[in-house]
Design a protein around this ligand. Sequence first.
Ligand code: MG
Length: 255
Amino acid sequence: MIELKTPGEIDVMRRAGQIVAGLLAHLAAFVRPGIRTQQLDEAAGAYLRRAGAASAFLHYRGFPATICVSVNEEVVHGIPGERKLREGDLVSIDAGAVVDGLFADAAVTVPVGAVSPQARRLSEATKRALEDGIAAASAGRRLSDISHAVQRVVERAGFGVVRDFVGHGIGRALHEEPPIPNFGEPNMGPRLRPGMVLAIEPMVTLGSYDVHILSDGWTVVTKDRSLAAHFEHTVAVTEHGPEVLTRTDEVTGHQ
Ligand code: MG
């Protein structure tokens, strides 16, 4: 059962989304060689406190940090810690905020200094895949149109789509129905309707898409330890097309 949000609920989710967008821009600007992932987490905590929002991730099923920071072969759910970022790393930052009981969730992948051409292409393809997925989130289309749009961009670029983790509905909980795979045939699944809010989040790998979870119980890495990238937006299906709630500036295409 996919819960439809009222315009009032979407207003609140838009506020949460704007906080997440501002937070990710703030953290992306803070990324540089030599900083510890823990420092990103501390900066995120301070930002959310100033904004009057709570982290959607802290204590979620026991997750111990404010944000997820996943470096290189880490795909998602990396736990910030002592690790220092190095020139050439590819770092994915995933953040969620709660405002008045409503959630928003987004992620960006950021280069640390100069990265390899492959890393740049991987990151760009993942971002493009997200944009195509968002464009497919139109009322009247079907859920797997999003999945198919994402997969097409990724595979045309020669990369792999992670199967084991997927996007999700979002609202009064971080993870709601429906699951949103980043792969699949088009024109299947529920029809998209105004009021649905979806977290679309391609997770893309340079090599095989097989992943596994490290012994910390959280960090998802590629099995072959190839690089991964992750972008995510929270998107409301409206009568006027998809509205990205976690984007601050539609015109410049800012993350
Ligand atoms: Mg998510």
